[in-house]
Design a binder for this molecule. Structure first.
Ligand SMILES: [Cu+2]
Length: 608
């Protein structure tokens, strides 16, 4: 390990009193395990490696396009959580049978009318956080440890980090078991707090960072450790109290994702693999391209609706993943995995597909292009940002930029191409440090190869209508009446801070009365780094963007609702937010997971 990173670790120990005990705990468990490879700088022999920091050798070269992704993803199968009558889901934490000490589910009786769940009241799912010691990122690398949220397919086979198919108006109870090895060594920590980003979720089911648990350990905001934790996902739109029923359909969320959010260890735990998709549908975005409802959009639907999860990872000389969780600069990945695979192939039919692109971190930004084998840029349709459908599609787009945790849904029409055509998804954004991206440069790095290998089995009836989902913009009166809070994201003493303070999950830095609105000004006064800032629970709209104090246009794809606000260098954003329907504790943090862990996060609360 380099001297400089060693110094930074000592600094982290000295300057982060909140987290010292957890860091110390983890430092002990790292003894005896290889965390980082030799410090010598080696020029990359691999043309497909991203530019890297000089302290680390690049990941070993890989032969591209050896592995294939499945041609369709499978929905996660439900579990019968009512089969064992001693373990029925209930509003109050079931600690006597091993549930961790969570707060009571809010509005449980309003939804279910009795203390214990009755048949047919909710969709029921179960995930188990488990170690897979034999994951293959690439055939050139050895099988190795990965951590997953594991579910089951309809056929009953294990399904790592599965995709939920959820529907507005239909609540979900998700039982999360922690079966990670408690004697783990290496990066990652075996406590978990699963955040569902950015569902309109009561706080006790949000995956609050201080709500981490294992059978033997629990975070400061839980009352007790446990083997499992039930999450209640109401699947209501924001605005229930204002609009009644299941809320305001203009607030619909579509492409959501879940990941571990354990305090101080989000980057290593998510890098271990614990991240997946939660797709949410309603009558408009119904997930059925054959839908007879004239109001339905009929966007390309399953199996032509395909989520793609990108993570940056670094591997040592033997091809084993490494990550320095004690360094406030983290470890920049130079291999980009797509749904857990390096340089995979996806075979597609000659028709339209909806791809849901997710930057799952920990710290790399992407600007993706679709190119043919001659690197000529191809066009696609951009339909949503952060999972929120635009009011109208952005057609003829040639790039999509994603900060960590941002999502972008795009539609690619492969019917324009001949059978046998090969296309590539390419990242052209240069990034040399975890602090943020640099310039865009062609031809970029090919991360995914499409092969158009078949005609569709039936005519493609999907479409991309000219009108997608309406938006509720704040009125001028609402904006002028909203109190303003100012948050500055900066670095001092080697750590990442908000308004010059480190995270403290025990105490809120803002308390807002339910039903109120506010304007938040997010300020990055530095030229040295970028912060993709995430506000849990509520979507916002960007009112204004300022660079070096000068107002600049808001990019067209950022004019809808968002939950991640990319603060570039010397940038200030004004955001309008409503705080609705539920109370409790939430967070705002930089979603560069390395900044988040070291400790650019704050708790804010909604009170009744
Ligand atoms: Cu940041």
């Amino acid at each position: 390990m380099s001297k400089s990173s060693g110094n930074r670790q000592q600094e982290a120990q000295q300057h982060n009193p909140i987290s010292t005990s957890r860091r110390h705990f983890f430092k002990q468990s790292l003894v005896g395990s290889t965390v980082l490879a030799a410090p010598a700088f080696i020029i990359s022999r691999n043309s497909t490696a991203q530019t890297i920091e000089p302290e680390l050798p690049p990941s070993p070269p890989t032969t591209p396009w050896l592995d294939e992704l499945p041609i369709a993803i499978e929905p996660l199968a439900q579990t019968d959580l009512l089969a064992d009558t001693s373990m029925l889901p209930q509003g109050i934490a079931h600690t006597e049978i091993g549930e961790c000490g969570r707060n009571n589910h809010q509005h449980w009786d309003d939804f279910f009318g009795s203390p214990v769940l009755q048949p047919d009241q909710a969709d029921l799912y179960e995930l188990r956080a488990k170690a897979d010691p034999q994951h293959v990122f690439h055939p050139d690398y050895p099988p190795q440890l990965m951590w997953n949220f594991e579910g089951k397919t309809q056929a009953g086979t294990p399904y790592p980090n599965p995709t939920f198919f959820a529907r507005y108006g239909r609540p979900i109870i998700m039982r999360l078991h922690n079966e990670l090895p408690q004697n783990h060594t290496g990066f990652g920590t075996p406590e978990i707090s699963m955040h569902l980003h950015n569902l309109h979720t009561p706080s006790e089911s949000d995956g609050f960072p201080g709500d981490y648990f294992s059978p033997v350990k629990s975070g400061p905001t839980l009352a007790a450790p446990g083997y499992f934790k039930d999450h209640f996902y109401p699947n209501v739109y924001a605005g229930v109290e204002e609009f009644g029923s299941i809320g305001d359909m203009r607030e619909a969320l579509g492409t959501l994702w879940y990941h571990d959010h354990t305090l101080d260890f989000t980057a290593p735990n998510a890098s271990r693999g614990m991240a997946g998709f939660y797709l949410l549908f309603d009558d408009l975005d119904s997930g059925d391209e054959h839908d007879a409802n004239p109001a339905a959009l009929r966007l390309p639907s399953h199996p032509y609706d395909y989520p793609l999860l990108f993570q940056d990872k670094r591997f040592d000389a033997s091809g084993i993943q490494i990550f320095n969780q004690l360094d406030p600069e983290g470890t920049l990945g130079d291999k980009i995995t797509v749904n857990g695979k390096i340089e995979p192939v996806l075979r597609v039919a000659r028709r339209k597909y909806r791809f849901r692109l997710l930057n799952a971190g920990p710290s790399r930004f992407y600007e993706f292009y679709l190119v043919n084998s001659a690197n000529t840029v191809q066009k696609f349709i951009h339909i949503s940002n952060d999972g929120n459908l635009f009011t109208a599609p952005l057609r003829n787009r040639d790039r999509i930029r994603l900060g960590v945790a941002e999502r972008g849904d795009i539609v690619i029409d492969f019917s324009k191409y001949a059978l046998g055509t090969e296309l590539y998804l390419v990242n052209r954004l240069v990034q040399e440090k975890t602090r943020g991206p640099k310039n865009v440069a062609a031809p970029g790095v090919r991360v995914l190869k499409f092969i158009i290998d078949r005609e569709p089995s039936e005519p493609d009836v999907s479409r991309v209508p000219n009108v997608l989902r309406p938006i509720r913009m704040p009125t001028a009166d609402e904006i002028s009446a909203a109190p303003v809070r100012r948050w500055t994201f900066s670095r001092s003493n080697g750590l990442w801070k908000i308004n010059n303070r480190l995270v403290d999950v025990n105490s809120p830095r803002a308390t807002i009365t339910k039903g109120n609105t506010e304007v938040w000004e997010l300020n990055n006064p530095s030229g040295g780094w970028s912060h993709p800032v995430h506000i849990h629970f509520e979507e916002g709209v960007i009112l204004g963007k300022f660079v070096n104090g000068v107002q600049v246009p808001i990019p067209v794809h950022e004019r809808g609702r968002k939950d991640v606000y990319v603060l570039g260098p010397n940038t200030m954003l004004r955001i309008f937010l409503r705080f609705r329907d539920f109370t409790g504790k939430y967070v705002m943090h930089c979603h560069n997971m390395i900044h988040e862990d070291h400790a650019m996060m704050l708790r804010w609360d909604i009170k009744a």
